[in-house]
Design a protein around this ligand. Structure first.
Ligand SMILES: [Zn+2]
Length: 65
């Protein structure tokens, strides 16, 4: 997987979690990726909510993480 940058703020080298969240919550085929802060703002949720979501999805064995 090549390096991805945030579509909104341009931050480079997004983490696997950030890329996984974008795919899971927005679009599996998304070509635009969001860092966790911009994704939280976009979805109007807390960053903490997204981080908890990552842990939840990991526990479910989601292969995006
Ligand atoms: Zn960003």
């Amino acid at each position: 997987m090549g390096k991805k940058r945030c579509y909104v703020c341009g931050r480079e080298a997004l983490s696997k979690n950030e890329i996984g969240l974008t795919k899971k919550l927005l679009d599996k085929e998304s070509k635009r990726f969001y860092c966790v802060d911009c994704l939280a703002e976009y979805l109007e949720v807390d960053t903490e909510f997204l981080l908890a979501k990552v842990e939840e999805l990991k526990e479910q064995g989601c292969d995006l993480f």
